[in-house]
Design a protein around this ligand. Sequence first.
Ligand code: AMP
Length: 306
Amino acid sequence: MSLVVVGSMAFDAIETPFGKSDKIIGGAGTFIAWCASNFTGVKQISVVGGDFPQAELDALTERGVSLEGVQIKKDEKTFFWSGRYHMDMNTRDTLVTELNVLGSFQPVVPDSYQDCEFLMLGNLAPSVQSSVIEQLTHKPKLIVMDTMNFWMDIALDDLKKTLSMVDVLMVNDSEARQLSGDYSLVRAAQKIATMGPKYIIIKKGEHGALLFHENQVFSAPALPLEEVFDPTGAGDTFAGGFIAHLAKTKDISFDNMKTAIVVGSALASFCVEKFGTERLRSLTKEEIQERIQQFVQLSSFDISLV
Ligand code: AMP
């Protein structure tokens, strides 16, 4: 039984008010895999060009990430994305999106991935996401989907189809508002629930995340950080921590999802400390434990009502 991750593997170039990166390794699938492999094995589905460094693939293999589902198109170029963050380090402009190999990506689920119990659909074309679900011979125990405004703008029908096939949707607050057409996040979650997902996670950047399920709501904080260096991949890292905790514990109760959100938030707080995947690569188990503990302390309080 396994965790299967679908997502982009990319080159990114990032500009923040405080610095600028060269072309570095990025991609939603890459961040998810680096994060999730702290907790469990990962079976990766993606596509890269001949220019993607073999050393990067080897580093993932060493961490227990299976790359059988990663296509290497020798004569083509890897997906390239470039973004510039605003002063708030929360909003950003996309400067360049060169789809390259991603433009014609047709995922193929290897036979050895058919034991998939947890499926993480990273932010990709919704038709690619649904194609993976359709190739699985058994319905996974839990399907989690990430998406973005880009797909709401250009592929809404495909997005609605994929939404109807998943259990959990994660989006940020502005995406939840766009998808539902409602400013209230509570009503937005209720409306999105009618589109398919039984659980809706709304990420609010430095203000934490909300989990909605039927009439229950859970609110997790984000760790107040002195310095945010590069927020790229924080959402994907959150997703990786969330699903990997569920996959490791094999418990998809609402209570365990609350813990999974805290795990995801803790991992995301590391991601932003350095450019790209750099911080995730050097993480130790002790650092993760300590950071999760900080989250617990951050929001636990006793009240005696009189
Ligand atoms: P996040 O900061 O969590 O939204 O994720 C950023 C990552 O998503 C970057 O590493 C990009 O390479 C990747 N990315 C950006 N746009 C797309 C897209 N249209 N399709 C797939 N991946 C993307």
